[in-house]
Design a protein around this ligand. Structure first.
Ligand SMILES: O=C(O)CCC(=O)C(=O)O
Length: 290
């Protein structure tokens, strides 16, 4: 994987709040990840550890809804090899102006035909348990995305609208645009510009943590699968008093330091990378290896 960021591309990211990339991972990696999705959504976790959030399981949940798993990298080292890649860390840190990047969490999405919308939201609103609560994310398509196929949509320039609260309506909302439209109004924007991401499988986008985004129902005839790496600064720490309902379970009492076992550093400008990562992603060690 190689993510080249020209000065023009960096400028476009800061102007728009997102940057479209036609190629992030190669075709073989796309095929491999599709195979891993079949296993992961069937509840097979090769590392022996469950992901932090499994919001859909084959046989348990309706087949026509959008499926999501968070932190699949802990359950599957093939997913980890992509999500924890140093290039993703380098690109996110470069765009954010951080000295390095750690993973906050991954998100695996599988939206079948008819699959529900994802409510428009700002990612950083969900990160009030982190200081600084800034994120940059890398969204990668595992299927060619098509108009009306439920691809992610970005609202151009919306990272400058200010910070809103978490959306009440994330999973399967009836009005996915509602909170974004209210935020636009507050920011004095009459016509928010919606940009639907249309890229070949293996392409995607990098987006700013305060950029409004979400996706509509998949009205196409094919599934839309995607994988997202949400990164934060290598210097991120826990907020001293705000609690994240899921991820603060990894916080030690009286200590704001983030443990690299759970929030590894993917890339830092001095060459540092969490020491266990390469052996884990190369499947030389499993969870619990030293
Ligand atoms: O893919 C989608 O539909 C939503 C993606 C998303 O919320 C994200 O990447 O933060």
């Amino acid at each position: 994987m190689r993510i080249d960021l020209s000065p023009e591309a960096i400028e476009r990211f800061h102007e728009d709040g997102f940057l479209v990339l036609d190629r992030i991972i190669d075709e073989d990696t796309v095929s491999l990840l599709r195979e891993r999705y079949d296993l992961l959504f069937a509840g097979v976790f090769e590392s022996g550890l469950d992901p932090d959030e499994v919001n859909w399981r084959q046989g348990r949940d309706r087949s026509d809804v959008t499926r999501q798993i968070c932190n699949a990298w802990k359950g599957d080292r093939y997913v980890a090899e992509v999500i924890l890649h140093s290039e993703i860390g380098r690109a996110c840190a470069t765009l954010a102006g951080w000295p390095g990047a750690r993973i906050n969490q991954d998100n695996l999405f599988w939206k079948p035909p008819g699959g529900s919308a994802v409510g428009f939201h700002q990612d950083s609103a969900y990160e009030q348990w982190v200081v600084p609560s800034e994120m940059v994310s890398c969204w990668i398509a595992l299927d060619d995305t098509t108009a009306n196929g439920g691809s992610v949509e970005y609202i151009r320039g919306s990272h400058r609208w200010g910070e809103s609260a978490m959306s009440d309506n994330f999973h399967a909302p009836l009005e996915p645009l509602k909170e974004m439209l209210a935020a636009a109004k507050r920011a004095g924007i009459e016509q928010p510009e919606r940009v639907e991401l249309i890229v070949p499988a293996g392409g995607g986008a990098l987006h700013h943590g305060w950029t409004w985004h979400g996706s509509q129902v998949n009205s196409g005839s094919k599934s839309r699968r995607s994988i997202v790496a949400h990164c934060m600064s290598s210097q991120a720490q826990y907020h001293p008093s705000n609690t994240g309902p899921i991820y603060s379970r990894y916080k030690r009492f009286g200590d704001e330091v983030m443990d690299e076992s759970f929030f590894p550093i993917l890339w830092r400008d001095d060459g540092y990378r969490s020491p266990y990562l390469d052996r884990y992603t190369n499947r030389e060690i499993g969870w619990g290896g030293s």
